[in-house]
Design a protein around this ligand. Structure first.
Ligand code: CP
Length: 320
């Protein structure tokens, strides 16, 4: 049987993405999660996070436990990477121990898909540089689908640091595969260059105009760690008050959207920079629901890669 990896939304077919979303939804709507609790007994999942994480790491670990799998967590600071070992050699050693699946977060773009081409153990991309964060997109789609149904009937607005955000990249790929009603990207030129419009996606500089009548507003933090220091020290990126006034989501701005608009954010939040506390903690906010649904989305990813029945249901049935 062909071995699959979950490396990005870009290289999934529309069918595979829909099937994965369908499985995540099936798990989320299951009245009894214990039906999944023995699905991956005796399987070992290694988590390797070379960048900090709270939600993604916790969520993948929780998903593994919910399925009965064991988790081997490799922390770069306490591993032989500190002694100069390469990622590939670390990976080969863990593969020699018969690890069943690897979850990897790394600062290098596309490193997970490169590894997936070299090795035949399933890999899961937990965020690779500025490239993709596909499990975040899966949980974002699951959240919208559970609370609003078909995304093709909605106005969805994605606001903030589009340029440096792997969350944005994966989400834009998903929109282009699944289709959408109205979809627009919002941000200052420093974080959303004009060239983004060339890919056919609508871009907007006026936040008030963008959020008017929106069904879903997804806010993104400024990825300071990926922006060179001298750029961070200039203009709007250096002035949180100016940034919030132009691109932040305040209650006044949220009032321009549909009354029941969903407010989303992948986290971590920078309160007062891209979103006010009032909005983040409001009844429109699904930020903590996203975290909850992330576990179901990641259970779906593991099942699809490690259980033959689900591999057929998600990957094989969705092959173009
Ligand atoms: N959304 C997200 O990737 O959060 P973490 O960096 O905490 O994993």
């Amino acid at each position: 049987m062909k071995q699959y990896s979950f490396t990005g939304i870009a290289n999934m077919t529309t069918g595979q993405l829909n099937n994965m979303l369908g499985l995540a939804k099936e798990i989320a709507q299951s009245r009894d999660l214990s039906v999944y609790s023995n699905k991956l007994v005796n399987q070992v999942i290694a988590t390797m996070f070379y960048e900090p994480s709270t939600r993604t790491r916790g969520s993948f670990t929780m998903a593994a436990y919910r399925l009965g799998a064991n988790v081997l967590d490799i922390t770069p600071r306490n591993s032989s990477l500190e002694k100069g070992e390469t990622l590939v050699d670390t990976f080969l050693s863990l593969q020699a121990m018969k690890t069943d699946l690897f979850v990897i977060r790394h600062s290098a773009d596309k490193i997970i898909s490169q590894l997936a081409k070299q090795f035949n153990t399933p890999l899961v991309n937990a965020g690779d540089g500025m490239n993709e964060h596909p499990s975040q997109t899966l949980l974002d789609l699951l959240t919208i689908s559970l609370h609003r149904g078909d995304i093709r009937n909605l106005k969805i607005v994605l606001v903030g640091d589009i340029l440096h955000s792997r969350v944005a990249t994966s989400f834009v790929y998903a929109m282009s595969k699944l289709g959408y009603g109205e979809f627009c990207l919002v941000g200052p030129p420093e974080l959303l260059p004009d060239e983004f419009a060339q890919s056919g996606v609508q871009i907007e500089r006026d936040m008030n105009k963008a959020v008017t009548n929106a069904d879903v507003i997804m806010m993104l933090r400024i990825q300071s760690e990926r922006i060179e220091l001298f750029k961070r020290q200039e203009g709007i990126l250096n002035n949180h008050e100016d940034y919030f006034n132009l691109y932040g989501l305040s209650s006044q701005r949220l009032a321009l959207a549909k009354k029941d608009a969903l407010v989303m954010h992948p986290g971590p939040l920078n309160r007062g920079v891209e979103i006010s506390s009032e909005v983040a903690d409001s009844s429109n906010s699904l930020i903590l629901k996203q975290v909850e649904y992330g576990v179901y989305a990641r259970m779906a990813i593991f099942l699809s890669l490690l259980d033959k029945q689900y591999t057929e249901q998600v990957w094989e049935a969705g092959e173009a």
